[in-house]
Write a protein that binds this ligand. Structure first.
Ligand SMILES: Cc1cc2nc3c(=O)[nH]c(=O)nc-3n(C[C@H](O)[C@H](O)[C@H](O)COP(=O)(O)OP(=O)(O)OC[C@H]3O[C@@H](n4cnc5c(N)ncnc54)[C@H](O)[C@@H]3O)c2cc1C
Length: 416
């Protein structure tokens, strides 16, 4: 029985979260220096399951990873545990790839290897929780036990909410192994020595014929989730031979429609008025080259105190010709539509000027404004986190500051 195991190198899960840093420009989480990355735990369970099947049925185990030079250590660990061979997908065009491209590259690698009976993987990556597959094999996940492999089929126990299901699928299959599956073996001395000697072939994007550059995470203003959604939409649209259309519900959103084009979107529809967010609203078709750019965004938070107080924000926005947005506290309270939410789980905005009024500056909120050129904050709490991100700050009650500010701006438009 020839088994391929896909493994990913991840930051050591024992590192406390406070030791990670966020590179906001690169939009990356940086693990601490000096702590070696490890094999994704679920992948190690998949490898252990593969080695047990090999112990029982004979055959070979090949470990495959996609990653930079350092990812080779994970393959060596796989060989030390007992794998017979390893393949390293290493290409600058594929590093930082999204889940779609990674799955595409792994699928191409499995197909290039050619002869195999089973592909085992971990149920998901422990760092990103990604678990996308594109092999076209029967995929069953999460699996707590490989019960039997016989007569061209595999029987496994798949974890469900209230217990487990017994699932039988044809070979070759693709079980996604969970940590309940087994206890990992320690690499024997013989394996460690074999790992030291192992020559590991490197395959590039060109070797695999995968088109990473077009679908790699690259857009500056499009949230990664939207990129992945567009990539997956492209795949489905290809299958259905239909055009891929994106719908932006955010009026005046600062979204680079051209970057949607880079992800295979052929047409972008933008809501041109708030009513478009509900039934019967108007949609404006635009080409992917079209760019929606609000140069000034005025955003209100829970510090406004009551829904009616939003008028003060609207007044300022009207004077500045700005788009109005809000924190999640405000959208959750139903003061404005959910599409107005800025932040991690809302929209990313990148205006020249972002004015935050009564917003504390929670990390989830500021995640959506890292592209803003200048942030101005009004908050009565001098210690509010938003001031760490603001170029200009006013400490005080917005009720005293905002009307005077709006009045002054309306009187002296030339100063804007
Ligand atoms: C998984 C997850 C995802 C999330 N995603 C988002 C997201 O995408 N976007 C987002 O915004 N949040 C998000 N949140 C919520 C986030 O953690 C905060 O709870 C939220 O941003 C707080 O909103 P706020 O700043 O308006 O309210 P608060 O934190 O209550 O802050 C109100 C601020 O107003 C100030 N204030 C009060 N009265 C006045 C006054 N009269 N004058 C001046 N200042 C005053 C206060 O000093 C305070 O700083 C998320 C949370 C989770 C757990």
């Amino acid at each position: 029985m020839d088994i391929i195991v896909t493994v990913k190198q991840v930051p050591d899960p024992d590192i406390p979260p406070r030791h990670f840093q966020v590179d906001e420009a690169a939009r990356k989480v940086i693990p601490p220096q000096g702590v070696a990355p490890v094999m994704n735990g679920y992948d190690a369970n998949a490898l252990e399951a593969a080695l047990r099947l090999k112990d029982k049925h004979g055959g070979t185990v090949t470990v495959v990873t996609l990653g930079g030079d350092r990812a080779r250590d994970t393959l060596k660990r796989g060989i030390a545990m007992g794998a017979d061979a390893a393949i390293h997908i290493n290409d600058p065009a594929l590093l930082d790839a999204d889940a779609f491209t990674t799955a595409q590259a792994l699928a191409a690698t499995v197909k290039k290897i050619g002869a195999f009976d089973l592909v085992l993987s971990g149920r998901q990556a422990s760092d990103t929780d990604a678990d996308q597959v594109q092999l076209g094999l029967p995929a069953v996940s999460p699996v707590q036990k490989v019960e039997e492999v016989a007569d061209g089929s595999i029987t496994v126990e798949r974890i469900v909410e209230d217990g487990y299901q017994r699932v039988r699928s044809h070979l070759p299959g693709l079980p996604g192994m969970s940590s309940e599956a087994n206890e990992l073996r320690y690499p024997p001395l013989k394996g460690i020595m074999a790992a030291g000697r192992a020559q590991i072939p490197v395959w590039t994007a060109a070797d695999l014929g995968v088109g990473a550059p077009e679908r790699k995470v690259a857009g500056e203003q499009l949230a990664p989730t939207a990129q992945e959604l567009a990539s997956e939409g492209r795949r489905i649209a290809d299958q259905l031979e239909q055009p891929l259309v994106a719908f932006l519900a955010l009026q005046d959103a600062t979204v680079d429609a051209a970057s949607l084009g880079a992800y295979g979107v052929e047409r972008v529809l933008v809501a041109d008025q708030p009513a478009a967010e509900g039934p019967g609203g108007a949609l404006v078709p635009v080409s992917p080259e079209w760019r929606v750019a609000a140069k000034i965004v005025v955003s209100g938070g829970r510090g406004l105190g009551a829904p009616d107080n939003r008028k003060a924000v609207d007044d300022l926005a009207a004077v500045l010709g700005a788009a109005v947005r809000a924190s999640r506290a405000v959208t959750d309270a139903g003061w404005v539509p959910a599409s107005h939410q800025v932040g991690l789980t809302g929209a990313t905005v990148a205006p020249d000027l972002y004015i935050a009024i009564g917003i504390s500056g929670a990390v989830q909120h500021v995640a959506g404004i890292t592209g803003a050129r200048t942030v101005v904050a009004i908050n009565r709490d001098a210690e509010a986190n938003i001031f760490k991100y603001a170029r200009f700050g006013v400490v005080g009650d917005w009720k005293e500051i905002l009307p005077a500010f709006t009045q002054r701006l309306s009187e002296t438009p030339s100063e804007r």
